[in-house]
Write a protein that binds this ligand. Structure first.
Ligand code: CDP
Ligand code: MG
Length: 734
């Protein structure tokens, strides 16, 4: 039985009084945009209204941009609907499917639906598709828009709903055949906005965390009761802020310092970021104990994805962590950047849901005025590699002319095509190769899919490589102890896993250590490994192997029973303490594993400076003379990250023994640091380097690019510019 409390809560939501109107609108329209303030009940209620009113509806799919939102919302709705999670209401995120044959309402990430659409453009299982949080404009959502438009042409009986907070929705309606827009009137209260007198946002980068804590403390001591929501950018900052505020609040003399002492006698502090633990604290969604004030430090997830009741004060630092493409390296990086005006307005709005509120912006009014109007859609600022590969798999030839709501920069599309060519996933005419086709089986970054396929088809070490790839697909494995002494102790403990060839084999050993110790949480804690990440890696590895089995991709081990270490590391042998691999009886053919990785990461090949412990990106030195250069136009010096087994301080290997390395990404701190670094032999990749040269002559986007170059002579060919490989689609350009 559903509790009276839940029924009451459902009926008190702003959306409830429009229940019938919404149902009628959905009955009469197959394409509909629904907008409503965050917290009005769109995500949790509308799918339930459909479930309750459309008896013949088989399956409703609802997308969320964030994994964590998909899970928590599904949990909440299964509770409201009085079913077990995974039964009638379930969720599906990458590597975690919690649905069954009885599921009728499925919350999922937009990435999951995207993959499903790749496999079945008709989305045959669904009767209703809801794209939620459309205003977030994630890359996956944007591609889905283009695909759904097509799906709708194939299946006009399919119901498609686009749900959004109140931002720029005409655009969605325009895109979907000028469909009607249903507006859920908001119940919002005034929010008084306080800007900082003169702080320029550009000057706040190193101080905003402390300033945010100070502001929260100021509100706590000076303002009437009401909870506080503080926007920060990531887990690390949030943990620090929670700690600092807690510390400072303990120092308060409540009677003397706190103006509303009679009403606010204490403070409870919560973090919210993209890990499940924080979201599972039900207390975040409930009123704090009487006489206490709740402070929540949150990432952007609290801007529109989740609603915390009772918030009266918002502290807006003005920053967000955002995926940003770095054209000079061809890679995506997560960077802390200023938010847009629209985001600042949304954030302030969080203070006025149930009563008038106040927003404290840590930046000046002038800085606000100078912000971008809207956040640039992700598709226009990311590397697009996986997306372009998916589109290729769907048979979309001309990606530059794919029907995007906001087309990405053609240069970024071209860069993605070039990388896919270098990975040999597409050929010189931009056609998906059999290798590329096989890469699509895995829900991985294409670089890693390429490696996995190579390890199975070419090098006979897919068993080990699937483990390493899994380790590379999860969050950070290493935890950093706060205390200096501990740091040295932990460093010492980790050394036993470091392998002289670099981080790939090191990751393999860490995983094996974890496995040999019974996947034990305490073992991880002792070594400061992130248990959550390691257990996820185990899960990912199992799923990758399942996929390999299903698609008859061989799972082979390169274990050699009697092989001794190949002796390249004299350094380590001298050390008295036995390392993890010394005591192991199993030996692997390390070269095979590294060679598998070199099939992708030759693209990130670096050569050591003859006299100094720095490296230079090789292909850029030879081919792309304008890339990977610093402001003086000289080649960028790359350093090995201190977290790498190969970092000189870790004494795993002598730097002189490293001539060539391959790396995953570059992190810019005061230096450019290579992350995930391993040895590579030049002869393995020499042949492949020719592909860089070939890039100059190929035509990767089919005919259209070259046509553009020739100033479009012949318009008749246009009909062929987008061709979806499905015999049911005759012509989608009409
Ligand atoms: O989607 P929208 O922002 O319009 O609202 P919603 O996510 O459906 O949230 C409706 C209400 O449910 C809010 O008052 C939330 O605080 C509440 N809720 C909750 O208590 N627990 C959750 N896990 C999700 C929502
Ligand atoms: Mg929502």
């Amino acid at each position: 039985m559903v509790s009276q409390r839940i029924i009451k809560q459902r009926e008190s939501l702003p959306i409830f009084q429009f229940r019938q109107k919404i149902v009628d609108a959905i009955k009469s329209q197959n394409l509909l945009v629904i907008i409503g303030e965050t917290g009005s009940g769109k995500t949790t209620q509308i799918p339930q209204y459909i479930l309750e009113s459309f008896e013949n509806c088989r399956l409703i799919g609802v997308t969320q941009p964030r994994r964590i939102a998909a899970i928590t919302v599904a949990k909440r709705v299964s509770e409201e609907h009085d079913t077990r999670l995974g039964d009638e209401v379930g969720y599906c995120i990458r590597f975690d499917d919690c649905t069954s044959s009885r599921t009728r309402l499925k919350y999922m990430t937009d990435g999951v639906l995207l993959r499903e659409a790749t496999l079945d453009p008709r989305l045959e299982h669904y009767d209703v598709i809801i794209i939620d949080e459309a205003h977030e404009r994630t890359l996956e959502t944007d591609v889905l828009f283009g695909l759904l438009k097509e799906t709708f042409r194939l299946r006009p009986e399919l119901k498609i709903l686009i749900m959004s907070a109140t931002l720029n929705v005409e655009k969605f309606s325009d895109f979907f055949n000028e469909c009607p827009i249903f507006i859920i009137p908001g119940r919002t209260y005034d929010v008084a906005i306080n800007h900082h007198r003169d702080a320029k946002i550009s000057s706040l980068k190193s101080t905003y965390v402390q300033r945010a804590v100070d502001t929260a403390l100021y509100i706590h001591t000076q303002e009437p009761p009401g909870d506080i929501l503080v926007f920060l950018t990531g887990q690390h900052e949030i943990e620090k802020a929670c700690f600092d505020l807690d510390y400072q609040a303990r120092e308060l003399n409540y009677r003397k310092d706190v103006k509303y002492y009679n009403e606010v006698k204490d403070l409870v502090i919560y973090p919210i970021h993209a890990t499940l633990e924080t979201m599972e604290q039900r207390a975040i969604f409930e009123d704090p104990p009487r006489g206490t004030r709740k402070v929540v430090f949150a990432t952007n997830i609290a801007q529109t994805s989740v609603t915390i009741p009772g918030i009266k004060y918002v502290v807006d630092t003005g920053f967000v962590k955002q995926k940003t493409y770095d054209p000079s390296t061809g890679m995506d990086a997560l960077l802390v950047v200023p938010i847009s005006k629209a985001a600042a307005t949304q954030r302030a709005g969080r203070a006025g849901r149930t009563a008038p509120g106040k927003a404290f912006r840590l930046y000046s009014r002038e800085s606000f005025e100078q912000m971008e109007e809207e956040t640039v859609p992700e598709i226009q600022r990311s590397s697009l590699l996986g997306t372009v590969l998916s589109l290729k798999k769907m048979g979309i030839k001309d990606i530059i002319r794919f029907e995007f709501i906001d087309p990405p920069d053609p240069i970024l599309v071209m860069n993605a095509l070039k990388q896919l060519f270098l990975l040999e996933a597409i050929d010189e005419n931009g056609k998906l190769t059999p290798l590329g086709d096989e890469m699509c089986i895995f829900p991985l970054n294409p670089f890693l899919s390429r490696v996995l396929v190579a390890s199975a088809r070419q090098f006979g070490c897919s068993k080990e490589v699937s483990t390493i790839v899994a380790m590379l697909s999860v969050e950070e494995i290493f935890l950093t102890p706060k205390n200096e002494e501990k740091l040295i102790e932990v460093d010492e403990k980790r050394k036993e896993f470091y392998h002289p060839s670099g981080d790939y084999i090191t990751f393999l050993y860490i995983f094996e250590g974890y496995r040999d110790n019974g996947y034990d949480k305490d073992w991880c804690r002792d070594k400061y490994f992130n248990h959550r990440a390691l257990s996820m890696a185990k899960n990912v590895r199992d799923q990758l192997r399942e996929l390999m089995q299903k698609h008859e991709i061989p799972i082979i081990s390169c274990r050699q029973k009697d092989n001794r270490e190949d002796g390249e590391d004299i350094h380590r042998k001298k050390r008295s303490k036995k390392s993890y691999y010394d005591i192991k009886t199993k030996k692997y053919d390390f070269a095979k594993i590294l060679e598998s990785f070199s099939t992708s990461y030759y693209i990130h090949l670096a050569k050591r400076h003859p006299h100094r412990p720095v490296f230079y990106h090789y292909a850029s030195a030879k081919v792309h003379t304008n890339e990977m250069v610093d402001s003086n136009n000289s080649l960028l010096a790359l350093h090995i990250s201190p977290t790498s087994a190969l970092h000189p301080d870790n004494k795993t290997v002598k730097i002189n023994n490293l001539d060539w390395v391959m790396y995953h990404s570059v992190l810019y701190t005061s230096k450019a640091l290579m992350k995930v670094v391993s040895k590579v032999k030049f002869e393995w990749v020499e042949e492949k380097m020719k592909l860089f040269k070939k890039l100059e002559t190929v035509n990767l986007n089919g005919d259209s690019m070259s046509k553009e170059k020739q100033n479009v002579k012949n318009d008749d060919d246009d009909d062929e510019s987008i061709v979806i490989k499905s015999d049911r689609i005759s012509d989608i350009t009409e």
